[in-house]
Ligand binder design. Structure first.
Ligand code: URA
Length: 205
């Protein structure tokens, strides 16, 4: 079966998931969207109110900013794949709980395997910590390219942080997106590869 077909099959399975109590409060499972052949995959935190209503990741205000930043490096939503750590909205947009992440992470792992992107961009602390397994804040991790499971991982802020933090955060996100563009365009581009150590495997380890 093609990656596209397997993703569709997994989305179907996830749509009735009851692995954690978020299944009792969600409206819709937000599995992920985009191209199964994408070179770039974004990983956010969890669906918010609008995503829960519409079943698509990043359709609210943070999503509009994500679209804008994508456009600035010549990409559209259809060119990339977008998923979240959690597929269901935590009530009131609270932080994901470790046990929710544990129950849900198999879906993300399979999405990463199937899409097999060249570059993974983690949006914010939760996705970055899960994939890189480093207890270091996003402010210190961003702006760098990590070798990760035969791919490149670029951590950046969550777009909601740029909406709160204004121009300063937005400027740093623009730098990170430009870095991603450079990595996509030229695999041999001069970037500082940071040794992440054995814990770099994160989700895959
Ligand atoms: N924030 C996220 O992390 N993901 C979404 O899909 C929407 C907002």
């Amino acid at each position: 079966m093609t990656a596209h077909g397997e993703l569709a099959e997994l989305a179907e399975i996830a749509s009735t998931c009851v692995r954690c109590p978020l299944s009792e409060t969600r409206t819709t499972v937000v599995f992920g969207t985009g191209s199964a052949d994408a070179e770039v995959m974004f990983v956010g935190e969890a669906p918010g109110f609008h995503e829960d209503q519409q079943g698509e990741p990043f359709v609210g205000a943070a999503g509009k900013l994500l679209d804008q930043l994508l456009g600035e490096i010549g990409l559209q939503r259809d060119d990339v794949y977008i998923a979240n750590v959690l597929k269901c909205r935590p009530p009131g947009n609270r932080d994901p709980k470790p046990e929710e992440i544990e129950e849900c992470k198999g879906y993300l792992r399979r999405q990463l395997e199937l899409v097999d992107p060249k570059v993974v961009i983690t949006l914010g602390n939760f996705a970055t910590k899960l994939l890189l397994r480093r207890d270091v804040g996003i402010t210190r991790l961003r702006g760098q390219v990590f070798p990760w499971w035969n791919r490149r991982l670029i951590p950046t802020f969550h777009p909601a942080a740029a909406l709160r933090g204004g121009e300063q955060v937005l400027a740093l996100m623009r730098e990170d997106f430009a870095l991603a563009r450079a990595v996509i365009d030229e695999p041999a581009v001069e970037v500082t590869l940071v040794e992440a150590g054995p814990e770099q495997l994160g989700l895959f380890g």
